[in-house]
Write a protein that binds this ligand. Structure first.
Ligand code: HSE
Length: 298
């Protein structure tokens, strides 16, 4: 009647796939303890690590959980304890970790009546509360694991993508907070055909590279001609961090989700750690505090 779950951090967009591509980090994330109760509804009893609202309707885990409850014939409710390790507004899917942790734990406790696709739909309600938009590119990898593609939002169609074994992610988080809603407001709502051609060429290339485990193709495809030029202005020393990571051997580097975290993908743990060091050197030089993570992505 009680379960403890790991709620992974996620990198959304992966440069070329704005709102459609994402990947889960294996060893960066929150923990959540969920208990079945006879009392109806969702009660958040404890949040450690971040200052977030306990009120069910104001908390992404609460809202996602209520979406699941209203689709279920279960008569009771749940109590949730959240142990946050992912900082809100860091760009590695803090809200998605809470939303997906809640719905995955509840689904388990109910005997798994819902499919992964349905869990994504419930968790998207949490994302809407956090950012104003029901984007699925963080919640999908958090639920399915590895890389995922949102092939379509309407109807929702999620594809789990092969994850090459030697792929590692490095994430550096300069200690500023950027709200997803703010970093979406600055985006243009139209793109040129020429930019579209580059972007969908890269999305196709990245998917092909992930399936064939062709690291050079993955590397060539990790480009973003549309979002990165606009959002990178908000991120301290972005260009320097990016070029340092590429010089250290990263396959590619870009903004993690809506930022400010910067991610890089590398072949092998050793390179991923070198990349972390190179990124840290940039921030050490300019005196910007940061957190870094190196993680597998299966
Ligand atoms: N695709 C979303 C965005 C991810 O870039 O706004 C937010 O984590």
């Amino acid at each position: 009647n009680e379960i403890k779950v790991f709620c992974p951090a996620t990198i959304a967009n992966i440069s070329c796939g704005f709102d459609v591509l994402g990947v889960a980090l294996d060893n960066v994330g929150d923990e959540m303890v969920v208990k079945k109760t006879s009392k109806k509804g969702i009660t958040i009893t404890k949040i450690e690590g971040q200052n977030l609202p306990l009120e069910t309707h104001k908390n992404v885990a609460g809202v996602a959980g209520l979406a699941l409850l209203s689709a279920s014939d279960y008569e009771g409710g749940f109590e949730i304890e959240i142990y946050k390790k992912i900082k809100a507004g860091s760009g590695i899917g803090s809200s998605a970790a809470s939303s997906t942790g809640a719905v995955c734990a509840m689904n388990k406790l109910l005997g798994e009546p819902f499919s992964n696709l349905e869990l994504v739909q419930f968790a998207m309600k949490g994302e809407e509360l956090a950012s104003g938009v029901q984007h699925a590119d963080n919640v999908a990898p958090a639920i399915y694991g590895g890389f995922t593609l949102v092939r379509s939002y309407s109807p929702l169609d999620i594809i789990k993508i092969n994850t090459p074994k030697k792929l590692y992610a490095t994430v550096i988080h300069p200690q500023i907070e950027i709200k997803t809603s703010d970093s979406r407001k600055i985006l243009k709502t139209t793109i040129s055909l020429a930019d579209g051609i580059k972007q969908w060429g890269n999305v196709g290339g990245l998917i092909a590279g992930l399936y064939t485990e062709d690291y050079d193709l993955i590397s060539r495809s990790l480009e973003d001609h549309i979002i990165e030029p606009i959002r990178s202005i908000l991120i301290p020393a972005f260009d320097n961090v990016k070029s340092a990571s590429l010089n250290a051997g990263a396959l590619g580097c870009g903004i993690s989700g809506s930022g400010p975290s910067i991610y890089a993908l590398s072949k092998g743990k050793e390179t991923a750690e070198k990349v972390a060091q190179a990124m840290q050197n940039v921030y050490n030089k300019v005196g910007i505090p940061y957190d870094t993570h190196v993680s597998t992505v299966n």
